[in-house]
Every structure is written in C-alpha cells, then in structure tokens.
Design a protein around this ligand. Sequence first.
Ligand code: ADP
Ligand code: MG
Length: 256
Amino acid sequence: MKNILIELDDVNFNYEHTAVLENISLKVGEGEFWALIGPNGSGKSTLLNIILGLLTPDAGSVKLFGSNIEEFKQRERIGFVSQKSNSFNSGFPATVLEVVRSGLTRKTGLFKSFSKKDEKKAVEALKIVGMDRFKSRNIGELSGGQQQRVFIARALAGEPELLVMDEPTVGIDQQNVTSFYSMLNELNRDHGIAILLVTHEIDLVTDLATHVACLNRTIHFHGIQSEYKKMGDEKISKWYGHPVRRVHQHVEEAKR
Ligand code: ADP
Ligand code: MG
C-alpha cells in the first residue's frame, strides 16, 4: 500500500475570530502530484503553513510521513519553495551554485565548509531543473522563472520525498510558466517526488497534476484529475464564488 505523506483530519483554523479553514481532511500519498487550487483568500497559504508546522490548527490532526506533526523530526524529507523566493535583484552577491548548496546547510552544519559531495549534489539538482549551465552565474542576473528553478534545485539538493510549493509561478512570464510546469511534471514522473502545489492558475496545473483539491475555506472537491475534469464549470464557479471557465491547455499531458 502507498505510504501517506500528509494526512489532515478534520483540521480547523481561525485567525482571531475569523474561520479560515473548516473541516479539512486530505491525504497525500507517495508519488502523487496534488494541485491545491482556490481563489485569493481561500486559505491556501494558511493550509500550507499548517502542513509545514508554522501554524497550529485549532482543532483536528496533522500527520506527516505517518507521525503526528508534533513528533515529526525529519524535516529534510519535505522541500519547500515559497511564493516570494524569486525576488533577488541583479546586485545580489551569490552564485546559482551557492544558493543551491545553501539548501544543504542543515545536514552539513552552517559553518562547516561544503564538501565535494555537496557540490555534486547541488550540480545534480541543477541538472534536474535544467539550470546546471548557469551554476556560476549571479542569481540576480536570472529571470524570475530561472530563479524559481534554482530554488526548486535548492529544495531538491536535500533529496526530499515531497516538494511543497506556494504559487511558485508568481512573477514568471506567461510563456515560461508552461515549461516550468512541464519540469514539475518530469520531477514527479521521472524522479518519483510527490508534489503539493498551491496555485490559483486552475488551467495549466490541473492538466499536470494526478490529483486536485479545491479549497475555499473548506475542501469542496478532492480526487483524481479525471474526476476533477468531469466536473462542470458551473460547479467550480459555485465554490470559487465567481464564474470560472476552464481552458484546457494539455501541457505535456500525453506523456502521463
Ligand atoms: P490564500 O493563500 O488562499 O490567498 P490565505 O491563507 O493567505 O489565503 O488567507 C486566508 C484568509 O485569512 C484571508 O481572508 C486572509 O485575509 C486571512 N489571513 C491571512 N493571514 C492572516 C493573518 N496573519 N491574520 C489575520 N488574517 C489573515
Ligand atoms: Mg496564498
């Protein structure tokens, strides 16, 4: 049977007196690619913060890799790429390789020098995201999309089994978003890394993900991609709170 990497059971969360998340139950299994979609303010980032242990639910339980989150100590099994990673300006004094190696500090100790082995891991991670030829470049000289690939490599250098991302395509040009998502698809399909991707770009991602969860304070739908696609746009518009028309772009879908 598949290992369950994330298990949320009846999670509730309030900021002050506002209910932001209600009765959230969700299981993410190994090797799955989940798109967590929902409009702005629907609680997506809050839910990720709960999964990452940065916020504590008011009710319900969170398990990571089968352990209660309070007892979970193997944080290196989860790689996280935030929304605001790609904000370096051209003067930022770090090379691509340095940024990726910094993802390994937890294992090597902050002040130890980096070993040849770390360097190799960092280069391998850069190869996976197609950025190895940029390893000596300054991070600030890269486009938003390239920077975000470097941050994915940084997360991958620690060899996580699960990659969690919060709207990673914010700030990426539309024409590069497609290839960015194709890369995520390869990461999942060829390297077996489970992905939980938060986005409000409902069209592109839902063609790539194996599973979709629709959030707007509570989970309105969760299931495999084909079931999501069968759902009518009217139903999606209803939980989204405004009219939604899905355009199917079929990014790399044939490969799945
Ligand atoms: P999303 O990521 O889907 O846009 P968020 O999880 O950021 O949604 O926010 C969900 C709701 O919680 C929104 O109504 C937002 O205004 C509110 N919220 C977010 N962060 C805070 C906070 N630190 N304090 C109070 N309310 C917040
Ligand atoms: Mg958010």
